[in-house]
Write a protein of this length. Structure first.
Length: 199
């Protein structure tokens, strides 16, 4: 049986390594999904600061899937490209963020938290995450591990569904980052994996 996403104020995340950006990630399911989407080809802290930057530039203190999906694409891309840019590739990532938000509007009434709120099976949750625009299997497994390890979302079989990212005591991904020390350990693990892949 899944543990429902506890009251948002209970979450303390350290993914952006900036208090105001991490506070938003802690209370906003959509901000977490957008941060995970942005987490490619840029440092993790940059990616997970993105939702806070977008919210501020849109004049709010949270993200709204309906509002983002309805924005003029060129205007939204310009919002992400304004310096400092939200991502190294602000145009393509703006398009992906809007596609994600439109999908949430179409399938979950714009409420990102609905993705995991009523799920009692880890494989089903992985399937839902994997169906999100911009989420491949690896990204879906990492986000599932983040939900389970740090956000109290623990449907039956969630660790198995998350694969290696769900392992206890692992330092493989954002799911394992709870502060500067663990961030360093995750970076070391990733660098070791890259070296091993090259050799």
């Amino acid at each position: 049986m899944t543990t429902p996403d506890p009251h948002p104020s209970a979450h303390t995340l350290h993914l952006a390594q900036r208090p105001e950006a991490d506070e938003l990630l802690g209370r906003s399911p959509l901000a977490r999904l957008v941060g995970m989407l942005l987490d490619q080809q840029v440092p993790m802290e940059w990616a997970f600061t993105g939702p806070y930057t977008i919210a501020r530039r849109m004049g709010g203190d949270d993200l709204d899937a309906r509002e983002i999906a309805a924005r003029d694409p060129e205007e939204f891309a310009a919002l992400l490209a304004t310096k400092p840019a939200v991502h190294r590739y602000p145009g393509s990532m703006a398009r992906r963020v809007q596609q994600l938000c439109q999908y949430l509007v179409d399938h979950y009434d714009g409420d990102a938290g609905t993705l995991w709120r009523d799920v009692d099976d880890g494989r089903e949750l992985l399937r839902r995450l994997n169906a999100l625009p911009g989420f491949g299997r690896q990204k879906a497994q990492i986000f599932l591990a983040l939900l389970g390890k740090q956000l109290g979302v623990t449907p039956t079989g969630w660790r198995e569904a998350a694969g290696a990212y769900g392992e206890e005591g692992a330092y493989r991904s954002v799911a394992d980052i709870t502060g500067p020390d663990s961030l360093t350990r995750v970076r070391e693990t990733k660098q070791a994996a890259k070296r091993a892949a090259k050799s």
